[in-house]
Design a protein. Structure first.
Length: 218
């Protein structure tokens, strides 16, 4: 019998001793679609929208709703007097057509730096890939209207546009909606927040201090 020469080798030897000799089957029968009897439910009927809004508000996000034609005005209203707004390279131009401040498009002509995004008075407007009603979570996967992860993590104010057709019930449905599930995903559930052992809440430590969500229905 070989005597281990270090604590590390001893630990690895114990792991090898209990490791199965054959591959262990991993169940893959988890849910990837709405439960039976709920397939007829869609975001259009308003039920999932109400649940999403309830969860987001509970996480201290500001939520507004509008129709497609009211989108530019609603965005301008949420942004208020924000002096500078950053948008992803391929964000629709009409989004900020009613906004009167300065607009900076990432990558035009160069990618914005961390210093650019962290400057006072900078907000970012993005879309999302999908939104989960049950958890109040927005998934960003770097799509055309979302851009780099840096855009939604550095600025102190994030405004996210969510279309009704992007809202699903749970996590399995959301993952099934992603165009490429191997791409990096940013999950947003309210403003960035943390707390210490005494549960004193602090916002804005790991991401935006303010999250506004504009839900576009109709």
């Amino acid at each position: 019998m070989t005597v281990p020469s270090s604590a590390r080798e001893e630990i690895l030897a114990r792991i090898r001793a209990v490791r199965p000799g054959e591959a262990v089957p991993v169940p893959r029968d988890y849910r990837t679609a709405p439960p039976p009897g709920t397939s007829a439910r869609t975001p259009v009927d308003g039920e999932l929208i109400e649940l999403l809004v309830d969860r987001l508000v509970d996480y201290r996000a500001t939520v507004r709703r509008c129709g497609p034609r009211e989108l530019p005005g609603a965005l301008a209203g949420l942004l208020g007097e924000v002096p500078t707004v950053v948008v992803p390279p391929q964000a629709p131009a009409e989004w900020l057509s009613a906004y009167l401040g300065r607009t900076r498009r990432d990558g035009d002509p160069d990618p914005l730096t961390v210093a650019d995004l962290d400057a006072p008075g900078v907000a970012v407007v993005t879309g999302c890939a999908v939104a989960i009603a049950q958890t109040g979570t927005l998934l960003l996967d770097g799509g055309p209207d979302q851009g780099r992860r840096l855009l939604s993590l550095v600025p102190d104010h994030h405004l996210c546009v969510v279309h009704a057709a992007q809202v699903v019930g749970g996590v399995p449905e959301a993952l099934a909606r992603l165009a490429d599930p191997t791409r990096p995903i940013t999950m947003v559930s309210g403003p960035s927040a943390t707390s210490d052992i005494e549960l004193d809440r602090v916002e804005g430590v790991h991401g935006p201090r303010r999250l506004d969500v504009l839900v576009v229905t109709g």
